[in-house]
Design a protein around this ligand. Structure first.
Ligand code: DGL
Length: 273
């Protein structure tokens, strides 16, 4: 069995990817992690494919320069529309969040009716639908874009009446669609988990793509002989393209623990161009 003690690289359009890092830390407690959050250019979810692809290649390039052994793309939008561009640009083990989420949802559904919520770009790409249909073409997938959930989660309005109103509006189609499984196809939505569960009903099974990705990362690294050797104390390093203070403040809520050092970088010059 071979090992690789270099860090895992994780990137996201901003802060939301910390909800994925949280699960990576739990499932792989000895892996070193380097995170890049493109806070200066967030959100990606309302941008065109060309732009998301370009940003994604720059983000991955930054992590590669830090000598990571694999990259986990925590951002659903990038995983949905930009993974191919990153794969074409670099020869690096790469894992996105769409397929793990799709696999977990296909396993969970009994009624073969799955709801998927995400950014405008993620839903327009139909990536979850494609991934679910590759497993079982008879599953019906209903995708709904919920763009306002991102700022509401960042604002900390996770139980606010305004957020409930927005959720009721967005999720009304799902409520009448008799889904039994719902994929949280965006990094921010796990913060709204309880409210979303309440709105769609307790009989709907909620799948957190980021959490599923953390589980699949273990198998992914094991198969490639890339797990860290032994049980070292892990190191976590965070890089952002805008204010580190804001990231640290908000990030503790997304990560569920205090953030260590956060460093600001200029992604257009530090991405190795
Ligand atoms: N990280 C994005 C995602 O998971 C949400 C925020 C954004 O739009 O950039 O799709």
């Amino acid at each position: 069995m071979s090992y690789d003690s270099r860090p895992i690289g994780v990137f996201d359009s901003g802060i939301g990817g910390l909800t994925v890092v949280q699960h990576l830390m739990r499932v792989l407690p000895h892996e070193h992690i380097i995170y890049f959050g493109d806070t200066a250019r967030v959100p990606y979810g309302s941008r065109s494919t060309d732009v998301v692809e370009r940003y994604a290649v720059e983000d991955a390039s930054f992590l590669l320069a830090k000598d990571v052994k694999a990259i986990v793309v925590a951002c659903n939008t990038v995983s949905a529309v930009g993974l191919g561009a990153v794969r074409a640009a670099f020869d690096i083990p790469l894992l996105g969040v769409i397929e793990p989420g799709a696999r977990a949802a296909a396993r969970a559904t009994r009624s073969n009716r799955i709801g998927v919520i995400g950014t405008v770009a993620t839903i327009a790409s139909c990536s979850y639908t494609t991934a679910i249909h590759a497993i079982n073409p008879s599953i019906e997938v209903i995708g709904i874009a919920c763009p306002l959930f991102v700022p509401l989660a960042e604002e900390g309005w996770t139980g606010h009446p305004a957020t409930r109103l927005v959720a009721e509006e967005y999720l009304s189609t799902l409520r009448s669609s008799a889904i039994d499984t719902l994929v949280l196809g965006c990094t921010h939505y796990p913060l709204l988990h309880d409210l979303i569960q309440d709105v769609v009903g307790s009989d709907v099974r909620i799948i957190n793509s980021g959490e599923e990705t953390a589980y699949e990362t273990t198998a992914f690294l094991t198969q490639r002989g890339l797990l860290v050797q032994g049980s070292p104390q892990p190191s976590y390093r965070f890089f952002v393209s805008d204010s580190p203070e804001k990231f640290r403040l908000l990030g503790e809520r997304f990560l569920g623990m205090p953030l260590s050092e956060v460093v600001k970088v200029d992604i257009t010059t530090d991405a190795g161009h």
